[in-house]
Design a protein around this ligand. Structure first.
Ligand code: ADP
Ligand code: MG
Length: 243
């Protein structure tokens, strides 16, 4: 489903990603862990072309781009392969919960308004928020806002959903509720990459874990191996300092 090779990205000489390579299969759930500044967000954002890589080839679903020869025309199609769920939800503040979902469907998927509404309501029901369809983000709790963010990500039927610390802004109670929601999606055979600091969650939902440091995937493997018996000292140190 995802194939990345030779991915590089620097910001002013600083290598945020340096020769990243990996493959993810359809329906796989991969958690990405690692210290702050190790390039986790840059990796996810590169997959969505929110960040333009300096070099590398990325294939997602049926689309492939080469950063060295990125054509403007390819970008929209490539972006449609993934959707992102952000730490700070990134909802449109002046739109209701429902409109946050339908806006995307109407503008990018060209769905008629009535169909977009129907789809939006079904998704809000799925995340337990049908009763908040007409509420504005400022009147919703963090957990509820993130539910809208997840419903919006699902609405476009992406090949892959990318989660960037989806629970880091939430207090523990709401964190649990969002983690349960994401775990439910994992059971539905969606392909997902999840940047997270929730190690027990990563252990429970992931098929594999990537450990990143200084712009590289230092180590990857099954959760039991990475979290309990890492091969690399750097992974061990991170987990030790983290716990
Ligand atoms: P993580 O998500 O693992 O905390 P990031 O991918 O956000 O790490 O950042 C990796 C490195 O790249 C950091 O040193 C960060 O300061 C730098 N970086 C990220 N985005 C930018 C940007 N837009 N401009 C300059 N530096 C950036
Ligand atoms: Mg980050």
């Amino acid at each position: 489903m995802i194939n990345v090779s030779g991915l590089n990205k620097s910001f002013h000489q600083f290598a945020a990603l340096s020769d990243v390579n990996f493959t993810i299969k359809r329906s796989e759930v991969v958690s990405v862990i690692g210290p702050s500044g190790s390039g986790k967000s840059t990796l996810l954002r590169s997959l969505n072309l929110l960040v333009k890589p300096d070099s590398g080839i990325i294939q997602i679903g049926g689309q492939q781009i080469n950063a060295d020869a990125l054509h403007h025309r390819q970008i929209a199609d490539f972006r449609r392969q993934t959707s992102m769920v952000f730490q700070h939800y990134n909802l449109f503040k002046n739109k209701t919960a429902l409109e946050n979902i339908t806006e995307v469907l109407i503008c990018t998927q060209r769905l008629p308004k009535s169909q977009a509404r129907e789809r939006g309501m079904a998704l809000l029901s799925q995340v337990g928020l049908a009763h908040k369809a007409d509420a504005y983000p400022s009147t919703l709790s963090g957990g509820q806002q993130q539910r809208v963010g997840i419903a919006r990500a699902l609405s476009v039927n992406p090949q892959v959903i990318l989660f960037d610390e989806p629970t880091s802004s939430l207090d523990p109670e709401m964190r649990r509720e969002i983690l349960n929601l994401i775990a439910g999606l994992a059971d539905k055979n969606l392909t997902m990459m999840i940047v997270t600091h929730e190690m027990s969650f990563a252990r429970d939902v992931s098929d594999r874990i990537f450990f990143m440091e200084q712009g590289k995937i230092i180590e990857q493997g099954k959760p039991s191996q990475i979290l309990s018996a890492p091969l690399e000292n750097r992974t061990r140190t991170f987990l030790h300092d983290f716990a």
